[in-house]
Design a protein around this ligand. Structure first.
Ligand code: FE
Length: 204
């Protein structure tokens, strides 16, 4: 499989290209079911697993641990795949992970310009806009303008790095730990972290 697709939830974002893609995915899915190549119950099970049983909560636990444990933080940045897998977050679209860290000087944001590659085991299923043609094309060309539409503005002293996911590697952003959280437990820290924070379209 040269490039993975995950349109199983058939989101539409009123983009003719995306609707075309969704229709093609649905047609392929129906053809594969008709030919007995895939089991529809298994497909439903996969979608349900990523919608209900994982989701961004897993990623938030990873972030909280990185904020609390310097050794884990270093491991996570050095070998994201191994560090994330060590917490039990493994599976489809999470086989090869790289974690990129925000700082006062660098803000990271992730995209898949080709389709919708996304780190399912830590972030769940991608939001519709992540799969939309507008985000995918624009965030590479004009990241500051796109981030501004998400409510994020950065001075010229902050470098914006855009990471283009592929079938080979999936990215996750490690947000900056907020001030005044020194006394927070791991669970309390994790509740601060959102899906968009780990995509890079929010600070947290
Ligand atoms: Fe993709």
């Amino acid at each position: 499989m040269p490039h993975d697709h995950d349109d199983a939830d058939h989101d539409h974002d009123h983009d003719p290209l995306e609707q075309g893609a969704s229709l093609r995915v649905r047609a392929l899915e129906e053809l594969m079911i008709a030919k007995g190549l895939v089991d529809p119950a298994a497909l439903d099970r996969i979608v349900e697993y990523y919608e209900r049983e994982t989701g961004p909560r897993n990623g938030a636990k990873v972030v909280a641990r990185a904020w609390l444990e310097p050794d884990f933080h270093d491991w996570l940045l050095r070998d994201g795949t191994a560090a994330i897998h060590s917490m039990g977050f493994t599976g489809y679209q999470g086989e090869h992970m790289r974690v990129v860290e925000n700082s006062a000087r660098v803000h990271n944001v992730i995209v898949c310009t080709l389709c919708s590659c996304y780190p399912w085991p830590v972030l769940g299923l991608p939001p519709a806009w992540y799969k939309g043609a507008a985000y995918r094309s624009r965030v590479v060309r004009e990241p500051r303008a796109v981030l501004k539409e998400f409510g994020l503005e950065f001075g010229t002293d902050v470098e914006i790095k855009v990471w283009d996911s592929t079938a080979e590697i999936r990215y996750m952003v490690l947000p900056q730990r907020p001030a005044n959280t020194e006394t927070f437990t791991s669970d309390q820290l994790a509740t601060l972290v959102t899906r968009d924070g780990m995509i890079g379209t929010a600070l947290l």
